[in-house]
Design a protein around this ligand. Structure first.
Ligand SMILES: C[S@@+](CC[C@H](N)C(=O)[O-])C[C@H]1O[C@@H](n2cnc3c(N)ncnc32)[C@H](O)[C@@H]1O
Length: 337
């Protein structure tokens, strides 16, 4: 195996692709992404700026079962960080509040797993890597995850999924995500990557100079503090989080960070309003390289960075998956007993 081919589903801005490329390079492999799927025009703009000329399928749901073979290219690895809102704590409570369906019953975003499954069934790539929120594990008492695994295990060797946290892999962000990998050929137990436990601090990810537009207004700062008081009184959590640059990690930065920055306001000293992270800092906290371009508004950039995968973690998962495939080649060629 000299070249690894992939498809990048629910690609966002290509976090999984960057991770796979990095892992492949470390193993001396070339890579080719055969296509990506993404419905959001702003993500598409960022993706194309960083990965020009990749074939695009906008809405994965537009591909009917009988068209899969023809419209989806053959590939070795399927990557999919599929939408998490139907399963995330915040997404579920928001949907309940709006009396909207969640989980698999959300016919817009919650059933996209089945589109992945149909592609796996027809195209049979050698491996897949799926990523979602940690809450997928406990959502509906684990029944949804069980159903996913039952389906995937019809065709694939799927070890038990693993929750990995970005802060254990050299990123100063707490971001616990579930990873599900699978292989067409079994030859030995797959082991998920061990944490690197590299010691970092939030300040390692911050810009040296920051435009004053990121300092929050008096009005927003007062509203954050008032909400915290109300929340405390009602026993409803803490509201905003003031983060000192010397701390070892921020809270999880979500795609709603642009709204008020409540997950992480950078402390600038007593009697000074804190500031929001810049979009570049959020991308950095997700492990994106400095060369990564995002030709979109701040609002869109925050959404894209908050929706992305933590590259350092996914790179390690990809590395282990590629190693498993390489070993599998040798196994099937009879070189490993
Ligand atoms: C959690 S984000 C993935 C982020 C990506 N892994 C990254 O690192 O940037 C899920 C993405 O799926 C896209 N999406 C949602 N429904 C889709 C559909 N039906 N077809 C294609 N993409 C879709 C969303 O626009 C969103 O960008």
């Amino acid at each position: 195996m000299k070249k690894i081919t992939s498809i990048d589903l629910f690609a966002g801005v290509g976090g999984m692709r960057i991770s796979l490329i990095r892992a492949a390079r470390k193993l001396g492999l070339n890579d080719e992404c055969k296509l990506y799927s993404e419905i959001d025009e702003h993500c598409k703009k960022t993706y194309e700026k960083n990965f020009p000329n990749t074939k695009l399928i906008k809405d994965i749901k537009s591909i009917k079962k009988k068209e899969i073979n023809e419209r989806i290219s053959n590939h070795d690895i399927l990557l999919a960080g599929f939408p998490c809102q139907p399963f995330s704590k915040a997404g579920v409570s928001n949907r309940k509040f709006l009396k909207r369906a969640h989980g698999f019953d959300d016919k817009d975003q919650g059933d996209l797993f089945f589109n992945i499954y149909e592609i796996l069934k027809v195209k049979k790539p050698r491996a897949f890597i799926l990523e979602n929120v940690q809450n997928l594990q406990s959502y509906s008492n684990g029944k949804v995850l069980d159903e996913m695994l039952k389906k995937l295990r019809k065709y694939y060797y799927v070890p038990d999924p693993k929750i990995l946290d970005a802060q254990d892999f050299g990123l100063a962000q707490r971001r616990r995500r579930i990873y599900i990998v699978g292989f067409l050929e079994y030859h030995e137990k797959f082991i998920y990557p061990e944490p690197t436990l590299k010691k970092v601090q939030v300040k390692d990810f911050l810009d040296r100079t920051v435009d004053k537009k990121y300092v929050i207004s008096d009005k927003l700062w007062i509203s954050h503090q008032n909400r915290r008081r109300r929340n405390r009184k009602n026993g409803k959590g803490f509201g905003f989080k003031l983060t000192d640059p010397s701390e070892k990690c921020t809270r999880t930065i979500s795609s709603r960070y642009y709204k008020d920055g409540s997950e992480c306001l950078i402390f600038r000293g007593e009697n000074r309003n804190p500031r929001k992270l810049t979009p570049r800092e959020v991308f950095r906290l997700q492990g994106f390289p400095e060369s990564f371009k995002f030709p979109v508004s701040d609002l869109q950039a925050y959404k894209q960075a908050g929706n992305a995968v933590p590259i350092n973690v996914v790179e390690k998962v990809c590395f282990e998956v590629l190693k498993y495939l390489i070993k599998s080649d040798k196994f099937w060629l009879g070189k490993v007993s």
